[in-house]
Design a protein. Structure first.
Length: 395
């Protein structure tokens, strides 16, 4: 198929997303749409051999994606094909990553992030210990830098997170219990108000459940019982009514005691009229352990009238990784992406980190690593190509 023909085909596919009420048009797709009409001009340029590291599209000074929407000068290998964000957008979904402040000074990492992803989750910069280290003293500088980078590169932002028992300053846990609710509401209101209109969604409460489905007995639970979750959601909604509001947790990807508890919690919140938009499935997997019930689990949450998202995907391998391990990882990634594509209300997939070089896994799980789609040199692994294939052929 000629480049003009591919451009026209892409244009038809893109047009089908423009008026979608379920999934707002991604920022990168908005930028790409404006260039579709000019794509036929690339038929002349296509006759010129591509330089390694470039593609059949160009990048304007503002970062707008042009041509076929594949960026030039990204540092990724020539021939890796269409970027993940664009393939996902054809299904009305996003493909994201997590970035931390040090990542913004790592050009090889950023080349891949900017080329492949259209959603950014700040890894640490919006958590309580960063944003309010002392009572009433707020610091949004680090988060602002992540947001500015994302917006400059046509990416949306998942705010992460507002209420969590970890990375919580000691002053919060030391408060008299009758002061915790006011402190939580002030924190949520101040942070969400600061980012109002700049953040697509918030992980309002992060990891509220134990493995057996009981509530984590943190200071918020001690002060308010389980009602703190509804209060946090209502407070966030009041500060930014347009932001999507999530509960986010790990080991709730398949059907089990913990996901049953999350399902019942979300069902109860919906019945109470609490503004909850979605459930985040963190998806930190060990190689070969993607649950066979993940698709059914996504579907039952969607049936409650909420979105689901894969929010922190990685798939850790006991090192050294073998070729068989990498093949299994590719299968795991394809399964997760395929499950999301099969559920209309699964809005997207985010990998936790860009590549193996910046992954959190080696620092937390001794002897494990190689958990992402890109290796230590930010070159694509089999999982990347399997993800591309899943996005091309499913949905």
């Amino acid at each position: 198929m000629s480049i003009p023909d591919r451009a026209r085909l892409l244009g038809r596919r893109v047009a089908g997303l423009v008026h979608s009420d379920c999934h707002p048009r991604p920022l990168k797709l908005t930028a790409a749409i404006s260039a579709i009409a000019a794509a036929a001009a690339l038929s002349v340029a296509a006759a010129v051999p591509a330089v390694a590291g470039t593609s059949a599209g160009t990048k304007t000074s503002t970062g707008t994606r042009t041509g076929l929407g594949i960026k030039a000068g990204t540092g990724t290998k020539a021939g890796t094909g269409a970027p993940l964000w664009l393939l996902a957008a054809q299904h009305g979904k996003y493909f994201g990553t997590a970035l931390t402040l040090p990542n913004l000074s790592d050009p090889p990492l950023l080349n891949v992030a900017d080329a492949q992803f259209d959603m950014v989750t700040p890894g640490n910069e919006m958590k309580w210990d960063t944003t309010e280290p002392a009572n009433g003293t707020f610091n949004f500088g680090p988060g602002d830098q992540i947001v500015a980078y994302a917006h400059a590169h046509h990416m949306r932002v998942r705010g992460h997170n507002l209420v969590w028992q970890s990375q919580l300053p000691s002053w919060v846990s030391s408060l008299p219990l009758d002061q915790v609710k006011a402190a939580m509401e002030q924190h949520v209101t101040t942070e969400v108000s600061h980012y109002r209109g700049q953040v697509y969604s918030w992980d309002v409460v992060n990891e509220p459940l134990n493995g057996d489905g009981s509530f984590v007995g943190d200071v918020f639970y001690q002060a308010m019982g389980p009602s703190y979750i509804a209060d946090a959601l209502r407070t966030a909604h009041a500060a930014d009514p347009r932001a999507k509001l999530y509960l986010n947790d790990y080991n709730i990807e398949g059907i089990n005691a913990k996901s049953d508890a999350m399902y019942n919690l979300v069902k109860s919140l919906k019945e109470q009229g609490v503004p909850i938009s979605g459930v985040g499935l963190e998806s930190h997997f060990i190689l070969g352990t993607v649950p066979s019930t993940m698709l059914a689990n996504m579907r039952r949450f969607a049936a409650l009238g909420v979105d689901v998202a894969v929010t922190e995907l990685d798939d850790r391998i006991q090192l050294p990784a073998t070729s068989a391990d990498l093949a299994q990882q590719a299968s795991d990634y394809a399964t997760v992406v395929g499950d999301c594509l099969a559920v209309r209300r699964c809005v997207g997939v985010s990998q936790w980190g860009v590549g193996d070089a910046d992954s959190w896994i080696p620092g937390f799980f001794t002897g494990y690593g190689a958990a992402t789609m890109f290796d230590e040199n930010y070159q694509p692994k089999p999982a990347f190509y399997a993800t591309q294939q899943a996005l091309r052929h499913q949905g």
